[in-house]
Design a protein around this ligand. Structure first.
Ligand code: P5A
Length: 445
């Protein structure tokens, strides 16, 4: 993409309404624009990152054997009356009446809708296990929407639902989700720690939240510092292997790590004092096992091997897709702007032409652009007639991991400059070597 033809409305001033750095940087980098309280338009740069995050989530869900689909945002109130949650959900639910006077709602989550799909189509234990998921907008009429996409009213969530014959099978589904979430967050350059939490309006008492530690996080958390050394890394996993998934769960959840809802001072006191931490965290996902709560209320049963009708065991599992943009920026920025992890960056590499209109510089930039594109990468070429300082400031603000700077002086010696946004280090390389280095970085992801 050539910057002269793109839509990147960066702001020079720091927006007064934004209280935390990720919100400020998303506004300044022209990623989002507020439409009304807690509701945002996703401008091209923000939309690109959102899509990259979605892509990682899709790949990791499907790797775990979970099946993608799409349910609507508007739901009938009748289904929610069946589960009893129409009255329980309270003011967070946006209720709508259609022209025929039918009660509808903008879905805050989809347990009822998916249970209805299941009961209409599945009758036998032979069709289990089954896990369906989608990535869809949700609406929760939060009292205090704030911090930009971090606590929105309209927000994008990946929500998955497992249907199993037995509790053990459902717990395996829970473990599969835990493993796939660990992989997903690491691919986004994040450390998200699973912590024992509370079921809240979703239900069940077996649930973990995934938290990214950050001072601006809205959750208070308590944990054993040893847990921060754990990495999932690039280990191979067989998602059908019950024991293997269980051992990952044990590895990542055996140390003390709880949100304030389930925090227990007496148990925490058993952690050696030097390792006890209390901090703040951003909740980027939550997994639940709630047994037969919805299947019993809504008649989602199957015939088992002995010909008995039994309610299925269920769980639901959510990732805060749009919130993740905020969480990633909170975890990765400096005073100049965003520092995108390579796994989610909107463009793979920036190209800065120091002297637009200079024949050699223009030709070298075009050649770099062509070579990066041919290698399957998306460069962002700043081809505007602007001062070098302004171009660098924009690139630093929008945080692309790599920048290639091209100027007539370097070209005389056959070199361009390759700069890492993260370390700030630059090296002079031939254009071919610079491209090869950037391509190799992404190939290694
Ligand atoms: C699990 C999937 C559920 O709704 N039902 C379907 C279950 N869980 S949850 O924890 O309530 O939400 C899942 C994740 O969505 C993100 N999230 C939000 N993101 C932005 N703004 C909000 N107002 C908001 N509310 C929830 C969180 O990341 C949460 O973990």
């Amino acid at each position: 993409m050539r910057l002269s033809r793109y839509f990147l409305p960066v702001l020079k001033e720091t927006p007064a309404e934004a209280q935390i750095v990720s919100h400020r940087l998303m506004l300044r980098a022209g990623m989002i624009k507020q439409a009304s309280a807690g509701i945002y338009s996703w401008l091209p740069l923000g939309f690109k990152v959102l899509r990259r995050i979605e892509q990682i989530v899709h790949e990791e869900q499907q790797r775990a054997g979970h099946i993608p689909m799409l349910m609507p945002t508007l739901q009938s109130a009748d289904l929610w009356r069946e589960s009893g949650r129409y009255d329980d959900y309270g003011q967070e639910m946006l209720r709508i009446t259609d022209r025929h006077g039918r009660d509808m709602l903008y879905g805050p989550t989809n347990e009822e809708l998916i249970t209805d799909i299941f009961r209409s189509n599945v009758a036998s234990y032979k069709d289990l296990p089954l896990t369906l998921y989608h990535i869809q907008w949700k609406f929760r009429d939060e009292v205090r929407p704030r911090f930009g996409v971090m606590r929105g009213r309209e927000f994008l969530m990946k929500d998955g639902y497992n249907f199993d014959l037995t509790k053990d099978d459902a717990l395996h589904a829970y473990n599969r989700h835990l493993v796939s979430y660990l992989r997903s967050y690491e691919r986004m350059g994040l450390q998200a720690i699973p912590m024992r939490a509370d079921g809240g309006p979703i239900g069940g008492d077996y649930t973990h939240e995934f938290l990214v530690l950050a001072e601006t996080g809205e959750s208070e958390v308590f944990y054993d510092s040893d847990i921060t050394d754990l990495k999932f890394g690039d280990r191979e996993i067989d998602y059908d292997d019950v024991a293997q998934c269980q051992s990952v769960l044990e590895e990542f959840t055996s140390r003390y790590a709880r949100t304030d809802e389930t925090h227990d001072e007496a148990v925490f006191a058993e952690v050696p004092e030097a390792r006890r931490r209390s901090a703040r965290g951003i909740e980027v996902g939550q997994i639940f096992y709630f047994g037969t709560k919805y299947s019993e209320a809504m008649g989602a049963t199957v015939i088992d091997a002995e010909q008995n009708q039994v309610p299925v065991h269920m769980g639901s599992h959510g990732i805060g897709v749009s919130r993740l943009l905020g969480a990633i920026i909170e975890a990765s920025h400096d005073d100049k702007g965003i520092i995108w992890p390579e796994g989610v960056t909107p463009f793979h590499c920036g190209i800065v032409n120091l002297k637009q209109g200079d024949e050699a510089a223009d030709a070298a930039c075009d050649a770099l652009y062509g070579a990066l594109t041919a290698a399957g990468l998306e460069p962002l070429y700043d081809d505007r007639k602007e001062r070098a300082g302004g171009k660098f400031a924009t690139m630093d603000l929008i945080g692309l991991p790599w920048r290639i700077t091209v100027g007539p002086r370097g070209l005389k010696n056959g070199v361009v400059e390759l700069t890492s946004r993260k370390t700030g280090e630059s090296e002079e390389l031939t254009p071919e070597a610079a491209v090869a280095k950037v391509v190799a970085r992404y190939a290694a992801l």
